[in-house]
Design a binder for this molecule. Structure first.
Ligand SMILES: [Zn+2]
Length: 632
């Protein structure tokens, strides 16, 4: 007996000591050939973050450490349920190396059923990597994953689905490039082994620290893929089975599981993609399905307000395939509605070309027709043309206004205001407002036809406006798109224009001109007087009829403006260097107020009262002013 024990001790001593730490993640401790469940704590910081449930499955033989993470987004249930199943399916005796399953990375989001964001700090876990040890709860989770999971892994799989509000076509991502090219190549091999029908290479900018989970792993030299399968808070058994089968194939490919890595199937590859964002708060109905092919300009859905009025009709920016889409009503400005991909049979070898963007649509000028007394009061306010801005009577000579003038052009650097009297030559009625927008990018106007058609429910009118110069005849001035309507716009006209650069050559024959410059400064540059106060119009407050409020919002949204305050009696839109405040009224007053940016803070008097109810008021400490029109 004694002899036997001595022999046994000698045998044990001859073996390499078991490295317990190598099988330890939090309270999960696995010896070779063992499986262990436990919790990985999230220490530090304010607020209590529950520990992450982990399973460590340690193969009998040494091999790579593979981390598989689910629940970075707490309402993505297919990944979470797949890992639950995988934890029981993997047999340590048959494995090489170690598999670490992080079952629910974002426990707070899972418990509180939030999509995208953690419930206590409203941060997206997959946008805050590498996290911070003393940061907010979501940042601390990212820190634990980075330091204790990714840093100890030889490969990472971050398993997602469409979030609780998203329908999704299954795909796997890999890194088309990486600081270490071998890491990119290995992530690609993992992605192909998974066997998803769609594979999307990612080309992140590694010159700054990435904020996504897998890019963070790759930046640290660990090959990684994202898996996306399932969505809409559902968990059909078929999705779980397919996800599990894919993960098992990658584990084969990595040598953790026996068996030859399967030959890659014939996936399609995403060669370029773009998310169409919501411009407004509202209720979205989706018209397309994941996997569906759509043509450029195709309607993707419709966003309505709480009362059912259409706010926006998003369209496909290019021919492509719907990868994922928001399939439940709530949408907010700046959040994705539909992710559209360009798809090919061959893997791209280079990052995609930048997809063409819709041109920025800027405020060009604003006109308003004032009652005679209000117009006369402004015309005779010396301060206006002496100190406030250059004021003239327009083309072609930009003369100073005489007593009989019925039009005053108040010029800023990029924008101007056109004040019209009741006897204006355009025969516009008192109270009428005009909003002239323009593109700064040559050829940009043509790209707005489809969005305007979708927003207005009919093709916009298109025209070219000319100016007749003495001795030169008619010269093209600008092209314009406008809403065609059976009833004329009684209270507000809106149009978008693009200058014809040759016009500036005719207008300013002594100045150098650029045949491609359609910008506002090509027109206003020679007129702007920087020593005066006005720089630009930066805010416009309007009161319109209910019908015109609805179409005005739709037009601005179609032109790229975004709602910038929660829904309420005043609809606030931001874009093109200007903020719009729009409210509806049965008897609308039109233009209520214009806010200006100034070249400097004004000294001296801060309030002028030109005419009945009107007020020109200056901030005492900011280069800002506002004109309250006082219109009845
Ligand atoms: Zn996700």
């Amino acid at each position: 007996m004694l002899a036997t024990m001595v022999v046994l001790n000698l045998v044990l001593a001859a073996q390499a000591p078991v490295d317990l730490a190598a099988g330890t993640w939090g309270s999960a401790v696995a010896m070779p050939g063992q499986r262990s469940h436990g919790y990985l704590p999230v220490p530090g910081g304010e607020g209590d973050v529950p520990p992450l449930p982990v399973t460590v499955i340690r193969g009998a033989k040494p091999g790579p450490v593979v981390a598989v993470v689910a629940g970075v987004h707490g309402a993505e249930y297919v990944p979470i349920l797949t890992l639950q199943r995988l934890a029981g399916r993997l047999t340590p005796e048959a494995m090489r190396g170690t598999v670490v399953l992080v079952h629910i990375a974002n426990v707070p989001a899972f418990q509180k059923r939030t999509v995208y964001y953690g419930p206590s700090d409203w941060k997206n876990l997959n946008r805050v990597f590498p996290g911070a040890a003393t940061g907010s709860p979501t940042e601390r989770i990212a820190h634990v994953l980075t330091q204790e999971v990714f840093a100890r892994a030889d490969a990472v799989m971050d398993v997602h689905a469409g979030d609780g509000n998203e329908a999704l076509f299954p795909y796997v991502t890999y890194f088309g490039h990486a600081p270490d090219p071998k890491v990119a190549e290995r992530s690609r091999a993992m992605a192909l082994a998974f066997g998803a029908p769609l594979v999307k290479p990612l080309w992140p900018d590694f010159s700054t620290p990435p904020t996504y989970s897998t890019a963070t792993a790759v930046a640290r030299g660990v090959p990684a893929i994202d898996v996306e399968w399932g969505g809409e808070a559902r968990f059909p058994p078929a999705d779980i089975t397919r996800t599990e089968a894919g993960l098992l194939r990658v584990l084969q490919q990595l040598g953790v599981l026996a068996g030859a890595a399967p030959a890659p199937g014939k996936p399609r590859f995403v060669t370029g993609s773009e998310s169409v964002m919501s411009p407004v708060h509202g209720l979205f109905t989706l018209d397309v399905k994941p996997g569906q092919r759509v043509k450029a300009g195709a309607r993707l859905g419709e966003i309505r307000d709480a009362f059912g009025r259409t706010l926006a009709v998003p369209v496909a920016p290019f021919d492509g395939m719907v990868i994922y889409a928001v399939s439940t009503p709530p949408v907010s400005p700046g959040e994705p509605l539909v992710s559209l991909g360009q798809v090919a049979d061959k893997a791209p070898t280079r990052p995609p070309e930048k997809l063409p963007r819709a041109p920025a649509v800027m405020l060009n000028h604003l006109y308003v027709v004032l009652p005679q007394d209000a117009f006369e009061a402004l015309r005779s306010l010396d301060f206006l043309s002496r100190d406030f801005a250059r004021v003239d009577t327009g083309l072609p000579d930009f003369k100073a206004p005489e007593a009989s003038a019925q039009a005053l052009y108040v010029r800023g650097q990029d924008t101007y205001v056109e004040l019209l009297g009741p006897g204006n030559t355009f025969k516009e009625p008192v109270g009428k407002v005009g909003v002239g927008l323009s593109v700064e990018q040559e050829g940009g106007l043509s790209r707005l036809v489809t969005p305007m058609r979708m927003a207005l429910g009919g093709a916009p009118g298109q025209e070219r406006t000319t100016w007749t110069f003495e001795g030169k005849g008619k010269v093209p001035w600008y092209d314009v798109l406008y809403r065609k309507s059976s009833t004329p716009d009684a209270d507000l006209s809106l149009w978008v224009s693009e200058y014809v650069p040759g016009f500036f050559q005719a207008l300013y024959p002594d100045r150098a001109w650029d045949a491609h410059d359609v910008g506002r400064r090509a027109f206003l540059g020679p007129l702007f007087q920087p020593e005066r106060l006005l720089r630009n119009v930066e805010r416009v407050s309007l009161e319109l009829s209910p019908e015109r409020t609805a179409t005005f919002i739709r037009e601005l949204v179609a032109l790229g403006y975004q709602q910038s305050a929660p829904p309420g009696d005043v609809f606030v839109l931001q874009g093109g260097g200007v903020q719009w405040h729009v409210r509806e009224a049965a008897r609308p007053r039109g233009l209520l107020e214009v806010g200006f940016s100034l070249t400097r803070v004004k000294n001296g008097p801060l309030v002028y009262e030109p005419g009945p109810g009107a007020k020109l008021e200056f901030s005492k400490d900011r280069p800002e002013a506002r004109w309250v029109t006082g219109l009845p």
